[in-house]
Design a binder for this molecule. Structure first.
Ligand code: ATP
Length: 243
């Protein structure tokens, strides 16, 4: 059984076709990268998979479940890293982790996760006092607290310094080895190359490449993945989109 299967997904907002006939599947224990410029349709696709957004046509199954009708069951087994927080200003890291832990039946011990992600010394700090990179790592920890089978990491290491990015990669590789399925988006091609088994590149809602990083390079006139990516997305020629 595939962990995630998307078949011919379509979703429009008014006249904007945000996702157009996208199909992909993700195996258990795989790291899958969804790529594309700003506005390419990545978040919309993820929200459809999570059941937080209705789609127009196509079908989605995640962990064998229908995200639209089995959201509650899904919630227990899926972790999501949020970009923006809507937490109270004064809440501390420990309190936020405890509140999150209380939402799940079989949560992991968050103190171990904070340590793994190098922010255990921030235990008593207010979330609002954390640096951008520390917050980012906290959001990954929050996504892992449910002890999920699959985790969605949107813009994985945006705002992290070089060392912190490498540390996050190492942690994720360890979790992958234990069978965690990881679905991520990132605008950093070195990160995609280091972590992803397979990728899908979206352009204006349409899938323009689906396969491994090596296949992406081989199918382009370039030897470096970042150049191949730009070639697929034609970003250098497109004034309406940015990397
Ligand atoms: N709620 C909405 N209402 C109307 N249009 C929307 C809405 N959400 C997204 N869109 C549009 O749908 C398209 C896809 O947006 P989406 O957020 O899925 O892209 P993305 O690839 O995640 O971008 P980014 O890298 O900036 O996060 C864009 O053209 C966007 O303007």
């Amino acid at each position: 059984m595939k962990t995630i299967r998307i078949d011919a997904l379509c979703k429009a907002y008014g006249s904007t076709q945000a996702v157009n006939n996208v199909s992909l599947s993700v195996e258990r224990g795989e790291v899958f990268g969804l790529l594309g410029a700003n506005g390419a349709g990545k978040s919309t696709t993820i929200e459809c998979v999570l059941g937080t957004k209705r789609f127009d046509s196509g079908s989605i199954s995640i962990l064998g479940m229908n995200p639209q009708t089995e959201r509650k069951e899904l919630f227990e087994r899926v972790g999501v890293q949020f970009q923006e927080s809507s937490y109270q200003d004064k809440i501390t890291v420990a309190e936020l982790c405890e509140v999150t832990q209380a939402l799940y039946k079989y949560p992991l011990d968050y103190t171990g996760l904070l340590k793994q992600f190098g922010i255990s010394d921030k235990y008593k700090s207010q979330v609002s006092e954390l640096s951008g990179g520390q917050k980012q790592r906290l959001f990954i920890v929050l996504a892992l607290i449910p002890n999920p089978d699959v985790v969605f990491l949107d813009e994985l290491t945006t705002g992290l310094d070089v060392r912190a990015r490498r540390d996050v990669w190492k942690c994720l590789s360890n979790l992958k080895r234990k069978g965690l399925t990881i679905f991520l988006t990132s605008h950093f091609m070195d990160e995609i190359e280091a972590l992803c088994d397979r990728i899908c590149i979206l352009k204006k809602g349409t899938s323009i490449f689906y396969g491994t990083v090596q296949e992406a390079i081989a199918g382009s006139p370039f030897e470096k993945f970042e150049e191949a990516y730009l070639w697929y997305t034609n970003e250098e020629e497109d004034d309406n989109e940015s990397i």
